[in-house]
Design a protein around this ligand. Structure first.
Ligand code: FHN
Length: 465
């Protein structure tokens, strides 16, 4: 890396003056150039980031939830829709003519937009194309069994009619409709579990919420009061006014004390005993563990866990994020996650008009088409006995092992990796009439299937065991 490139990186990561100065000074002390110091630091930071476990300890599963049958619907569901929607869809990544780096829903923090200015977006938030029936039907057609929407994200704006604030969809926007009410009715009609994301710690709008140090002085903030007098009343509204809720997806626990995590978890369970709480309530108090964003553990984990993930690089809509993952990549991620015992919560970021971007729709429908054929090998399964093999993943149900083959072997000869159960027969899930010959060869079970891959993305071979 040249000095110029290093300086560019340093500039693009917008180091504060103080940090830039320290970097230059420290580099000098060690007789290094700024570029050498920057390279060393970036390498060190990346190594540390990559070494972080996919599931952070404090976002793990509460021990008492592990065999709790309240989770059964969620364990069987495997695939959910995440929706990040709020005022940030109005600027959609651009503030005062400047493209603001990072994820779209963080624009208020990244650009340090003052509360009084950010609030003005509410006047422009008029999603006349919003259609709850269409969104829910998309989730259904994608094969997603639950839908988790941002009731309140870190910017503090509420998508529901809250009596605790006027900073909400009904009171502050020209649209004036309670979109969560409409979604709850549709979800009940179409048989999808409705779940709410709720940012319990970061709230850049509320004077006592966490994270806004450009409008408020953190030393003056009373976070405990915020939890008692704002978060809890709002969680109560969400669990009282919208029918049965599948789960509350708390996020970024940060300063939550164990006592606060416990009290939120208990409040949810008191109000709706069957409602689950995400691992990001903090302090290992979740009903299930929450993996880092877009992180997939390397191995199967004996916990209930979920990976929240983006289709492009942002959660909230940005006009210029076109880095869409392919349908193939996401089907394989779904398979990978399910084979390791997890759920895949895949995000869409609708526009300020209320439209889910077409590239997301196309990919979700592609996934739904694959699941229409192969859903038996995904829903209600457990991790299969074949693990740690690059070309295939496995899931299982009593009497059956499903091999999800990503790379179809040459000539259609499939050597089944060693497993305890004996294979008594094999066929393609997409066409049970295609039976694969099963032979024992040198202590291995070898199947003979079609020469060409029957499904280029993932062919499911069912083993009777
Ligand atoms: O800060 C949020 C982010 O905006 C987004 O909501 C994701 C979704 O998992 N959660 C937080 C970062 O991990």
């Amino acid at each position: 890396m040249t000095e110029k490139e290093a300086n560019e990186i340093v500039r693009s990561i917008e180091l504060s003056e103080e940090l830039a100065e320290r970097l230059t000074k420290t580099a000098r002390t060690y007789g290094a150039s700024t570029s050498e110091a920057a390279e060393y630091l970036v390498r060190w930071a990346l190594d540390r980031m990559e070494a972080r476990p996919a599931i952070a300890e404090d976002r793990g599963q509460r021990a008492s939830a592990k065999n709790d049958p309240r989770l059964d619907w969620w364990r069987n569901a495997k695939f959910g829709m995440f929706i990040h929607w709020g005022l940030y869809a109005v600027p959609a990544g651009t503030w005062k003519g400047e493209r603001i780096r990072g994820i779209g829903e963080w624009i208020m923090l990244r650009a340090r937009i003052p509360v009084a200015e950010y609030e003005q977006f509410a006047k422009e938030f008029n999603p006349v194309k919003f259609d709850a029936a269409e969104w829910v039907s998309l989730a259904k057609r994608a094969g997603q069994k639950y839908l988790t929407i941002t009731a309140k994200h870190h910017d503090g704006f509420c998508l529901f009619d809250s009596k605790v604030t006027d900073y909400d969809m009904v009171d502050a926007t020209p649209f004036g409709r309670d979109v969560l009410k409409e979604l709850s009715e549709e979800c009940q009609k179409q048989g999808i579990r409705l779940c709410f994301y709720y940012s319990q710690t970061q709230d850049w709008h509320h004077p006592d919420g966490n994270g806004n140090n450009w409008d408020y002085d953190p030393a003056e903030q009373d976070f405990a009061k915020y939890v008692e007098e704002y978060v809890k009343p709002q969680v109560t509204e969400l669990l009282t006014n919208y029918g049965p809720i599948g789960l509350i997806w708390f996020d970024t626990p940060k300063t939550m004390t164990e006592e606060q995590s416990v009290s939120l978890m208990e409040l949810v369970h008191e109000l709706q005993p069957d409602c689950l709480v995400s691992g990001r309530v903090g302090n290992q108090m979740g009903d299930y563990a929450s993996a880092g964003d877009n992180r997939i553990p390397a191995e199967a984990i004996d916990l209930d866990w979920e990976t929240p993930a983006t289709i492009n690089d942002t959660w909230g809509f940005k006009t210029y994020d076109h880095n869409w993952k392919s349908t193939e990549e996401m089907i394989q991620k779904l398979v990978d996650i399910v084979s390791k015992g997890g759920n895949y919560l895949l995000n869409v970021g609708p526009t300020a008009e209320g439209v889910i971007p077409q590239p997301s729709v196309d990919r979700l429908l592609g996934m739904g088409a694959w699941l229409d054929v192969n859903g038996e090998a995904i829903y209600s399964t457990k991790p299969g006995p074949i693990q740690g093999v690059s070309w295939c993943r496995s899931t299982a149900k009593p009497g059956k092992v499903y091999m999800h083959i990503f790379d179809w072997p040459t000539g259609g000869k499939i050597v089944v990796p060693a497993m305890d159960q004996a294979v008594t027969g094999a066929y393609l899930l997409q066409d049970a009439d295609v039976v694969l010959a099963v032979e024992e060869q040198d202590d291995a079970v070898v199947l003979t299937g079609p020469v060409e891959a029957p499904d280029a993305i993932a062919t499911v071979v069912v083993l009777n065991v």
